[in-house]
Design a protein. Sequence first.
Length: 163
Amino acid sequence: MTVTIAKWTIQDYHRMIDAGVLEGRRVELLNGQIIEMSPEGTPHAYFSDSAAEYLRSLLGSTAKVREGKPITLPQSNSEPEPDIAIVEPLGAVYLEHHPYPENIFWLIEFANSSLTKDLEDKSKVYATENIQDYWVVNLKARNLKVYTLNLTAMCFCQKIIVS
């Protein structure tokens, strides 16, 4: 017997949100699956907040720094909520839709218990969607993995920066 996992579309996911089905749950849509998000520990909250604050002061009005907000990735049927997304400052356009891949400059995840999901699942989704730069801060190992998209291979080149 073959088990088939039901896949959800972005539209299905939005209808569930609008109907209150996912109320009070920390979830995100990844490759058509609704995935529970790990609880945010103290170090995660501190470092992601500090980084976002620094990036806002550095970038000013040249980019919008979003924290833990959805991005819409239609090709992979995903709507993840990266810890930090640096996107085009399109103002009220984001009342109509979350940032699409073409609006995204750079994504950052701070990982403690979500490291495997961030390094494997999300990196593949982001490469598929042509996200140019993706950083994963490993809070346990205290290092940073920088992924830069290789457009020829449609995968990320990885560089590890140790603190």
